[in-house]
Every structure is written in structure tokens, then in C-alpha cells.
Design a binder for this molecule. Structure first.
Ligand code: 2AL
Length: 259
């Protein structure tokens, strides 16, 4: 089984950390390949970053389809482009926020998210509305550490632990969700320090994709997640046109068969 973990930002050192976390849980018979987006922002910490990370993500999914990949993890806590990726991938696609939030609801009654910059809190709250029952997400806390500082600054881990402890206390929650792919490596230490379940979405999503593939489940091709309608794309996004739109079989992004 081949699972591709796509880092939708363009920082390769972060992809290596993400890949290591995913590989640590994947188990025998699962090939985990970390892939760095080839275009877009170095880190994703605004709606603008998130929107412009999606073309690179979709190009990576498209390449994965050509390589025969069985399923994908979208390794950014905003879950950018997950719905679009499902329209073009034959196998399952899971975002790390949705995986972590679903897991959190199975091991506790209420969770708190600890994320990076406060401006990313709104997106996390939106995702909680979609992926957790009302009231399950009790709070989203920001440590105000930029994404790329997570791997550079040794003072980060104690700050994340302190914030998570405060979140548990003030929210009355019983589970912590780490709100950035760049926090994946912190999970064991935060967990040991707090004594409650701490969920990293990279590992949760990797095992969820593995489970879906093992179950023989793939994204439904009926209606909403069917391949996108063929049409002309222009300008710098012309390469993302679906095959056939310009009368040829050339196209940057497609793989999923109509079903
Ligand atoms: C993220 C993430 O997981 N990767 C990235 O570049 N930005 N999310 C976040 N909340 O900062």
C-alpha cells in the first residue's frame, strides 16, 4: 500500500518531519512518501496562503495518481484543497484537521486545539463545525509561534505544553488536538506532560487513510466528488485544465474515473 503525505507548503525540511511521524505509525506493508508542494507559500498561515497552496497540492495529487498512489494525507491543519483533491484522486484523501477532530471525539467529550498564529483560529473553528459535533470543540488556542519557527526554536515545546495545560483547564476539555503539521513531532512529549490524549493529525490521518484503503473504501464518484466538469482554464492555471477541454487528452490534473 502506498500513501502519499502531501505537505502543501513548500518547505522541504517540514515535509521530512511530517514524513517521519507518518512512517513511525504506518506499520509494515505501507510505503509512506512525503511530498513537498512544488509551488506556493513557504508556510500556510492566512487565507491567502491557503488559497494559493491549493494549486500545488492538486499538482501533487495529480502526480500521485500518475504514480499509482493508493491514498493521500493533506498535511496542513487548514485542510486546504481536500474537497478538490477528492474530485481527482481515485483513492481516499484525508486532511489532518478532520482526522484529528474525528479522533478527538472518540477519546473524550471535549477537545481544545492548540495552533500557531491567532489568525488561523477562525479556520480551525470552521473545520470544527464541519468535523465535530456541536460543543465538542471547546476552544482554539494560539501559541503565536509562526509555522516555520516550530522546527527552529527550542523554546517552542514548553510553550505549547503550557498553553495546552491552560486550554484543558480553562475550556474544561479532556483532549488536546495539535493544530499544525509542524507540531507532529511534539505529540509524545505533550502527551506525557499532560496525561490526557494528545492527537497529532498527521499520524491520525495516515492511519485513517490506511484503514479506508484496507476497507476497500474510496471517495464516492457520485455527484459532488465526481471528476470536475471539463472546461477551459486560462492564464497561469491553464496547466490545470482537465483532459479534453482543449480537444486533446492533455491536462495537468485528472485521474479519477467517472463512476
Ligand atoms: C499550518 C500547517 O499545518 N502547515 C502550515 O504551513 N500551516 N497550519 C497552521 N495552523 O499554522
Amino acid at each position: 500500500m502506498r500513501i502519499r503525505v502531501v505537505n502543501p507548503n513548500t518547505t522541504a525540511s517540514m515535509t521530512r518531519l511530517i514524513e517521519a511521524s507518518a512512517r513511525a505509525v504506518a506499520g509494515p506493508g505501507v510505503l509512506v512518501e512525503g511530498v513537498t508542494s512544488s509551488m506556493g507559500p513557504a508556510s500556510i498561515e492566512s487565507h491567502y496562503d491557503e488559497a494559493l497552496a491549493v494549486p500545488g497540492l492538486l499538482a501533487a495529487i495529480s502526480a500521485g495518481e500518475r504514480d499509482g498512489v493508493d491514498g493521500y494525507v493533506v498535511a496542513c491543519f487548514g485542510d486546504p484543497g481536500v474537497d478538490a483533491a477528492r474530485e481527482i484522486a481515485a483513492g481516499p484523501v484525508v486532511g489532518i484537521a478532520e482526522a484529528a477532530m474525528h479522533a478527538a471525539t472518540m477519546v473524550g467529550r471535549g477537545f481544545s486545539v492548540v495552533t500557531t498564529l491567532s489568525r488561523t483560529r477562525g479556520r480551525a473553528l470552521d473545520l470544527a463545525v464541519r468535523h465535530a459535533p456541536a460543543g465538542a470543540c471547546r476552544g482554539v488556542w494560539a501559541c503565536d509561534i509562526p509555522v516555520l519557527d516550530l522546527e527552529r526554536d527550542p523554546s517552542v515545546l514548553p510553550r505549547v505544553i503550557a498553553l495546552a495545560a491552560e486550554a484543558l483547564d480553562r475550556d474544561g476539555s479532556d483532549v488536546i488536538v495539535l493544530g499544525c503539521a509542524g507540531m507532529a513531532a511534539f505529540c509524545p512529549e505533550v502527551s506525557a506532560a499532560l496525561g490526557v490524549p494528545v492527537i497529532d493529525g498527521v499520524t491520525a490521518a495516515t492511519l485513517l487513510v490506511k484503514s479506508l484503503i484496507t476497507l476497500g473504501l474510496r471517495t464516492s464518484g457520485r455527484d459532488e466528488y465526481a471528476p470536475p466538469p471539463v472546461k477551459r482554464y486560462s492564464g497561469i492555471l491553464a496547466a490545470f485544465m482537465q483532459p479534453g477541454a482543449d480537444g486533446s487528452r492533455q491536462g495537468g490534473v485528472t485521474a479519477k474515473e467517472d463512476s
